[in-house]
Write a new protein. Structure first.
Length: 164
């Protein structure tokens, strides 16, 4: 159990943090995830990879927590922020715009985008986690990118004309 926790802890925490936007909430979701994993480990049939099974449990835990939150959570995406901005205030502004754009996505689009772009999972892995056909993942990801792009299109970096 300790090895299972050590192996998957960081990625599960990252997923929860990206979905919830709050470190304390993400850590609580992480704990809930591994409590559920350890409780049901004997019942794991091996129909999917262990990591896929754990991600599915983590996703449910994070979504339950998100439903309980009264205020909207933010999604920190350090990897997606603009590294070209020289002024820290500009970077903060750009990050806020990106966060708002992500929050405007539906839950199903945001989840697919987070699992793909941030967690680096394949379409097939995401389909297994969400229990939907792989084609559905392709279409949700396409729609998420299109909506995110449209949302950010009006927010160009004023100093160099590039979208962030």
């Amino acid at each position: 159990m300790e090895e299972l926790f050590k192996t998957h802890r960081a990625r599960v925490l990252a997923l929860c943090l990206n979905l919830l936007g709050d470190r304390a909430e993400a850590e609580d979701a992480l704990q809930e995830t591994f409590l559920a994993v350890f409780r049901s480990l004997n019942g794991f049939r091996g129909d999917a990879n262990v990591s896929t099974w754990i991600y599915r449990i983590a996703l449910r835990a994070a979504l339950k927590r998100k439903a309980r939150l009264r205020a909207h959570a933010t999604a920190p995406l350090d990897a997606a922020t603009n590294t070209h901005a020289e002024d820290p205030r500009e970077r903060i502004e750009q990050r806020a715009e990106l966060t708002r754009a992500l929050e405007s996505l539906s839950a199903e689009h945001r989840i697919v985008l987070c699992l793909f772009a941030i967690e680096g999972l394949t379409h097939k892995e995401i389909a297994e986690i969400l229990g939907v056909p792989e084609g559905t993942i392709w279409s949700r990801l396409h729609a998420a990118r299109k909506r995110l792009s449209a949302s950010l299109a009006g927010h160009l970096d004023k100093t160099n004309g590039r979208a962030f």
